[in-house]
Write a protein that binds this ligand. Structure first.
Ligand code: 5GP
Length: 114
């Protein structure tokens, strides 16, 4: 599976990234511009552009992404909690149009988000 975004190129190993987990369905990398001591991105190999374009057929994949986010948070010892974020579209602050879940942790998070 591939896409034309930077995440597609990372999935195809055309450009480097620090990969912390990979399986048949997804990749987890360190964010290049971390906003917290731990900032990971859970990226499906299937290039769904954004969560608002996900379809019923993606139900199992979306569940897998959430469980993977939980797993990598545990692996990074985020025992005090963490935040999962999906930005969608321009008003949601999305910059890369290949669905991904941010895993942010290692500091206290503010609310509301900016
Ligand atoms: P979005 O704004 O779409 O929710 O999140 C995109 C994220 O991808 C940003 O946090 C940004 O720092 C990260 N990012 C953009 N380009 C690259 C890259 O080439 N490598 C990695 N590891 N992260 C990237």
């Amino acid at each position: 599976m591939s896409s034309d975004t930077v995440f597609g190129r990372i999935i195809r190993k055309e450009i480097p990234a620090t990969i912390v987990h990979e399986d048949e369905h997804c990749l987890v990398i360190q964010d290049i511009n971390p906003q917290a001591p731990v900032h990971l991105l859970v990226i499906p190999k299937e290039p769904i552009p954004r969560i608002s374009e996900a379809q019923p057929e993606h139900q199992a994949l979306l569940g897998h992404l959430l469980l993977t986010a939980k797993q990598v948070a545990q692996a990074h010892n985020l025992t005090q909690g963490y935040r999962l974020v999906i930005n969608d579209g321009p008003q949601g602050g999305q910059t890369v149009y290949h669905l991904h879940i941010h895993v942010l942790g290692g500091r206290e998070m503010g609310w509301p988000p900016g």
